[in-house]
Design a protein around this ligand. Structure first.
Ligand code: FES
Length: 170
């Protein structure tokens, strides 16, 4: 039998209210019962990675669309992890990390072997491919004896005096 989702949801809300649940608890039920994406934004912690449509980003972070030159707002939820040693963020086809020694670095994030994603590893101060684990230095140079044999590009990073803006460019 075909049902009207709005009516179903209303009935569910009335039912839950009859149980004496709070608005927050009701919202949780709605989130579970409908699409998770519609409700996940406000309750989930900021993701470790982000896309190029974030409001904390201005400029070009996609090397296929021209020279890379972008600025990140490090007070923005998507990028504030970069203020902490070991934090990193994917921005377009670049990965930016606050590496050991509180030195912010940026390199191409696509592994030159078969296109894996490079993730920063604070313990060894390297980027590791998430597919076959090739290791790259913070300068983008691939370490010896890895599946990957070619380096990724290293980008310049310029941190503002107040530490809240980071420019990354070729
Ligand atoms: S894709 Fe990165 S090592 Fe294979």
């Amino acid at each position: 039998m075909k049902t009207n989702p709005a009516i179903d949801q209303m009935k569910r809300g009335e039912f839950l209210r009859s149980l004496g649940l709070s608005s927050a608890a009701l919202m949780s039920f709605y989130c579970l019962g409908t699409t998770m994406t519609a409700c996940s934004k406000s309750s989930d912690p900021a993701p470790a990675t982000t896309s190029t449509n974030s409001t904390g980003l201005t400029g070009n972070a996609d090397s296929s669309k021209g020279p890379v030159d972008f600025t990140l707002d490090l007070t923005h939820a998507d990028f504030k992890s970069l203020k902490t040693v070991g934090g990193y963020a994917n921005v377009g086809d670049i990965v930016v990390a606050n590496s050991k020694g509180n030195n912010i670095v940026a390199i191409g994030r696509i592994c030159t072997h078969q296109g894996g994603n490079l993730e920063y590893q604070l313990a060894d101060d390297v980027f590791r491919c998430n597919i076959h684990q090739s290791l790259y230095g913070t300068d983008g140079k691939v370490k010896p004896n890895q599946e990957a044999t070619k380096d990724v590009k290293q980008y310049k990073t310029i941190l503002s005096a107040d530490g809240n803006k980071l420019q990354v460019k070729a």
